[in-house]
Design a protein around this ligand. Structure first.
Ligand SMILES: [Zn+2]
Length: 121
């Protein structure tokens, strides 16, 4: 075989190994991440399977974010409209809950997906 062929095989092997390594070290594609933004800045993130509550507090403003049973919702809030709670439970990547008065956004991202674009806003 020509040197060119060996290089092609080498690149092929490296690609496969890199793919396996990425697959091993990245969370499963099934996994989702719950991201909590304030003013477009990521302040917290949790794995979807975390089964936890997070109190997003800033001054007198707060939202209680509940992650359970593969869904995310807001159960307590300080905002006057309560729209964040009325948005109910989100469970799919790309869905979000917005609390305009508290400038809070809760969104679900597919783990391992590209960096969230909300940061750039
Ligand atoms: Zn709200």
């Amino acid at each position: 075989m020509k040197t060119k062929d060996w290089i092609a095989i080498g690149i092929g092997i490296i690609t496969v190994i890199a793919g396996i390594l990425i697959w091993l070290f990245l969370p499963s594609a099934e996994g989702k991440t719950v991201e909590i933004y304030r003013d477009g800045t990521l302040i917290e993130q949790f794995p979807m399977e975390a089964e936890r509550t997070y109190r997003a507090v800033q001054g007198d403003a707060y939202n209680l974010v509940v992650i359970e049973n593969g869904g995310v919702r807001v159960t307590e809030y300080s905002c006057p409209d309560g729209l964040c709670a009325k948005q109910g439970i989100i469970s799919h990547a790309g869905e979000q809950i917005v609390c305009l008065p508290n400038r809070l956004v809760i969104r679900i991202r597919e783990s391992g997906a590209d960096a969230p674009d909300a940061v750039a806003q």
